[in-house]
Design a protein around this ligand. Structure first.
Ligand SMILES: [Zn+2]
Length: 319
């Protein structure tokens, strides 16, 4: 019997633990939300318990598993399996997460950044199948990315390669990134910027056609509301989406010039903004790349579904 992969997607709101066949289909999974607020040790114990639970529920043994792959929402030092920082969970500063999990199991444990895991998921099972190299960008509340070169994840010296979210696309921007720098791609174009963008547009006197309650709390503006605005042809929502898309197009153009990849895959919640957003990103890219494209490049949507984080974490065992 081919061995089964165990994936752990440790997120800032959701923790998924699942068994995945080597073809990327899920055999079973457990999803919990009550890990948030727990400390590192409690989370390690929780993950260990959930892995054992999903194994026994499916009447298999630990030895039937190829190993355990963990996706972490922050910086990871891949070579020693330490988490470095995260803004999505409490703690985890220089924490030996990989070895804390592996000490209670006798199978291999791999730990990587969640965007790297998702990039590898696209490479194995998604839009990147058949390519040797790809760049994956996930645009949601933040912007993360993963680089696959020569069929392997490229991690750099520490393990933090591919932080395209912190490349600077406008040093004169009004937007300050979570890292403290002005004009990072993430600081300008991720979901977290939407509330401030909306408030600014309103202050500039642009009228929204969205029906908002009186004393509307602008911190509630998210991708869903902006999508509703687009569907209503709301000038505020449209202007925001166009500006986010233009900067993302600049970001992708920079990635293209650095890597000359055959494919760039875009995923994450903001892709639900739809065709106006996606086609504007592409048109900005082609406007900048002009006659510097010598072979066709594919810029496509992610094919992975809601479980990409889980399947990607499991897929780390196939690298
Ligand atoms: Zn930044």
């Amino acid at each position: 019997m081919e061995k089964i992969l165990c994936g752990v997607d440790l997120g800032g709101t959701k923790l998924s633990v699942g068994l995945v066949y080597p073809d990327g289909t899920i055999l079973d999974k457990i999803i919990v939300y009550d890990h948030v607020g727990k400390n590192e040790e409690a989370i390690v114990n929780y993950i260990t318990q959930l892995v054992r639970q999903v194994i026994s529920a499916n009447k298999i043994q630990e030895s039937d598993l190829e190993g355990i792959g963990i996706g972490f929402p922050g910086h990871v030092r891949y070579r020693d399996g330490y988490t470095i920082t995260t803004s999505n969970l409490k703690g985890f500063k220089n924490f030996p997460l990989r070895d804390s999990i592996s000490k209670t199991f006798s199978i291999p444990v791999r730990l990587d950044n969640d965007a790297n895991a998702q990039a590898f998921c696209e490479f194995k099972f998604g839009a990147g199948r058949g390519y040797d190299d790809l760049i994956f960008l996930t645009i949601s509340s933040g912007i993360g990315a993963g680089i696959v070169l020569n069929r392997k994840i490229y991690r750099g010296m520490t393990g933090t390669a591919g932080e395209f979210g912190h490349t600077i696309v406008d040093p004169h921007s009004d937007f300050i990134c979570t890292c403290g720098n002005r004009g990072c791609l993430m600081g300008i174009a991720c979901g977290l910027t939407l509330p401030e963008r909306f408030r600014k547009k309103m202050e500039e006197g642009v009228k929204t056609t969205l029906q908002l309650p009186e004393n509307f709390d602008f911190s509630k503006v998210d991708g869903k509301l902006i999508k509703q605005g687009l569907d209503l042809n709301d000038p505020v929502s449209k202007a925001i989406v166009e500006d986010c898309a233009d900067h993302t197009g600049i970001g992708i153009y920079n990635i293209f010039q650095v890597f000359n990849p055959p494919i760039i895959i875009l995923g994450g919640g903001l892709m639900n903004l739809g065709d106006l957003y996606f086609s504007r990103i592409k048109s900005k890219f082609y406007e900048l790349a002009r006659d510097m494209i010598f072979d066709p490049i594919a810029i496509v949507r992610s094919e992975a579904e809601a479980d990409a984080g889980l399947i990607g974490a499991a897929a780390l065992l196939l690298e």
